[in-house]
Design a protein around this ligand. Sequence first.
Ligand SMILES: Nc1ncnc2c1ncn2[C@@H]1O[C@H](COP(=O)(O)OP(=O)(O)O)[C@@H](O)[C@H]1O
Length: 195
Amino acid sequence: MDYEYILTQLSKILSSKRLQHSVGVSKTAEEMAERFGGDKVKAGLAGLLHDAAREVPVADLLPMAQAFGIVVSDIEKAEPILLHAPISAKLAESKFNIHDAEILQAIFLHTTGGAHMSLLDKIIYLADVIEPGRNFGGLEEIRAMAYSDLDKALLLALDQSISYILEEGGLIHPATIEARNDLLIKQRTPILHTT
Ligand SMILES: Nc1ncnc2c1ncn2[C@@H]1O[C@H](COP(=O)(O)OP(=O)(O)O)[C@@H](O)[C@H]1O
């Protein structure tokens, strides 16, 4: 399935604003893949499809996740919006014929992150945060870092997300804490970790 066809199909299930965001994430992810020696095609597709389920009505997310056989945690039951990421991965597979495990994993992890993120996972997480349509305090520092030190940029973005949720009094998904701890451990003992 080619890029243009996916774009047309997405325009039927996403608002023009969200579609513009998805194209922004896709282009940013391609640029980052080029900068860091990743796969540009996979980055572009994962970026384009990462929010495929973002406009599914919240009330439908839990039953849809269950129908797809997604294991739903207590946090996701309490904050079903988080399920849009794993459901987007399932839609990419079932509706858009994407069977590449790396692309599907990057879509799955794009909102929470997780331990042991691959280069593509990191690129998609960050591209979602820094694409040109985004604008929030502290973004410029993350943007600048995203093209020089991927892990430092990711750490900044995870910290920003955790701080924001804390301020809002929200639940923090444990995968986000795991992503942060994993990066910090690797930063402290770089010789033991080459990825
Ligand atoms: N790591 C997280 N843990 C818990 N909730 C989160 C996490 N990341 C995002 N959320 C919440 O999930 C919702 C959707 O997140 P997201 O899709 O990233 O936002 P956006 O629509 O800006 O892309 C937000 O309301 C946010 O507060």
